[in-house]
Design a protein around this ligand. Structure first.
Ligand code: NAG
Ligand code: NAG
Length: 464
């Protein structure tokens, strides 16, 4: 632990000591009895290879570490990462073409799999140089790349968007970055990134920390997370199955089995659990582990890892990420993929950040779209412009009915947005301090949401 977390550590230290767990501060001294300081020990360590006895008894199945899932819904869960999994995920960098002479720049937190396993692990795997920054900074990003001769950058989709949102500069293309390695970049952002910062090869991959398989597109088809080739199908048999967003469960046929979707249709990604693609579950939580396993998928008695992600495969077998299961909601009988609406709204000139979710409205089935928006510095909200943009780019059911202006949006350590509190808070101007707007079709604009309008919606006098 970093020494800044001293208070939190001291609170649970007695429990940890009881379990025989040694705790280290990442500093050269420790202010806490019972906690050791790591930096001095690292300095003093010899640089010869570790003796083999040190890892005698370690096998592919040994637990290497726990990584907590990011917890966009509910508390984070500790996913078991085995030595084999660690090596497989670390090899992603090599598969994407990272070389020994590369300098890889990582600003992602190291307590998650992208930064730690792909970034640091990938550098260890190929023998490349790793440049770490404790916190991502959009304004310092390219300066860092120039200063440290960075050739490979690591991203999650949000980071690329933050970079594209920075003001244009004449030296935007002055850098030696040849490759970007990461996941979750939307096609719009991908195009804009290449236009702004030049020909950077993008290696986009898809995978969940605890998942048992993933995809990569190492040749850079814009927007795609990879291609489902025969090799992947043989190694990790996966299916996209029909999903009922309202019931929040897969659709089953009369035999009780799941139904694969045809190309072009969005489905839930499930990956068969086999010897090659085991699922190690969550530490000390058999119940949560079982919840991620889907049984009787294509045949009675089979078992699949439920990714919780909705993907689409096109006729050329390219895979596209659509949304997280819990993030998609139903409105007017249609599925609204929040990440898709977010990507569309992010293109509006005065919007810096946006988080889309669905709120309950009295007397209405499903949930009604709402967007929490953070404005660009110095920009003002333009209801007419937003209305015109959503009318031109989104189907009517997907355009948010309500907009909430916030100074900043709550995100997790891995730049994922938190929706739960926003959903709970709803759209009542009587309790929400932020400015609220309402999509008014008659006036073709987003207009301030007045207590009168709210009351009319609540009392079901105004139909949405
Ligand atoms: C970056 O490259 C330049 C030119 O090759 C070199 O002079 C400089 O020392 C390098 N910087 C770092 C931090 O390695
Ligand atoms: C592995 C993979 O699917 N690569 C594809 C990524 O995108 C390029 C560009 O369209 C395709 O040609 C590749 O086949």
């Amino acid at each position: 632990v970093p020494a800044e977390l001293r208070e939190a550590v001291e609170e649970v230290l007695p429990d940890l000591e009881r379990d025989g767990i040694r705790v280290f501060y990442l500093s050269s001294a420790s202010p806490t009895p019972g906690v050791e300081a790591l930096l001095g020990a690292i300095e003093a360590a010899p640089d010869e290879p570790l003796p083999a006895w040190h890892r005698a008894g370690v096998t592919g199945d040994s637990k290497a570490m726990y990584i907590y899932t990011s917890g966009t819904t509910g508390l984070p869960k500790a996913a078991v990462i085995t030595e084999l999994k660690l090596m497989m995920v670390a090899s992603l960098a090599r598969i994407c073409g990272v070389r020994q002479d590369d300098v890889v720049y990582t600003t992602l937190p190291l307590y998650h799999s992208a930064g730690l396993l792909v970034g640091v692990g990938g550098c260890l795997d190929v023998g490349a140089t790793c440049v770490l920054r404790s916190k991502f900074s959009a304004s310092q990003f390219w300066a860092d790349c120039r200063r440290y001769n960075v050739t490979v950058i690591q991203y999650v989709g949000e980071l690329m968007r933050y970079l594209c949102n920075t003001p244009q500069r004449p030296d935007d293309r002055e850098h030696g970055v040849r490759m970007a390695l990461g996941n979750g970049m939307r096609a719009e952002v991908w195009k804009e990134f290449l236009r702004r910062f030049g020909p950077v090869a993008v290696c986009e991959f898809y995978g969940a920390t605890e998942g048992n398989a993933g995809f990569i597109n190492y040749t850079g088809k814009v927007g795609s997370v990879g291609r489902a080739n025969r090799f992947i199908q043989l190694f990790a048999p996966f299916e996209l199955i029909r999903y009922n967003v309202e019931q929040d469960e897969p659709v089953r046929d009369e035999r009780g089995l799941c139904i694969p979707v045809p190309p072009g249709e969005t489905g839930l990604l499930v990956v068969k659990i086999t010897k090659n693609t085991p699922f190690h579950g969550y530490a000390g939580d058999a119940q949560k582990t079982e919840k991620k396993i889907l049984r009787d998928v294509l045949a009675k008695g089979d078992a699949y890892f439920n990714s919780g992600d909705l993907l689409m495969m096109d006729s050329e077998r390219f895979m596209y990420f659509q949304d997280r299961v819990g993030d998609t909601f139903r409105w007017k009988g249609e599925n609204v993929a929040t990440t898709e609406v977010e990507a569309t709204l992010a293109l509006v000139s005065f919007i810096q950040d946006v988080n889309v979710y669905g709120v309950a409205v009295p007397g209405c089935e499903g949930r009604c779209g709402m967007a929490a928006v953070c404005l660009k510095a110095g920009a003002t909200f333009d209801g007419d412009k937003l209305y015109a943009h959503t009318r031109d780019t989104l189907p009517a059911y997907a355009a948010p009915r309500f907009v909430r202006i916030q100074d900043s949006l709550e995100i997790t350590g891995t730049f994922k947005q938190c929706k739960n509190n926003l959903v709970k808070e709803g759209f009542d101007p009587g309790t929400i301090r932020d400015r609220l707007f309402f999509r008014d079709d008659a006036r073709r604009s987003y207009v301030p949401l007045t207590p009168q309008t709210f009351a009319a919606i609540r009392d079901m006098k105004l139909s949405l």
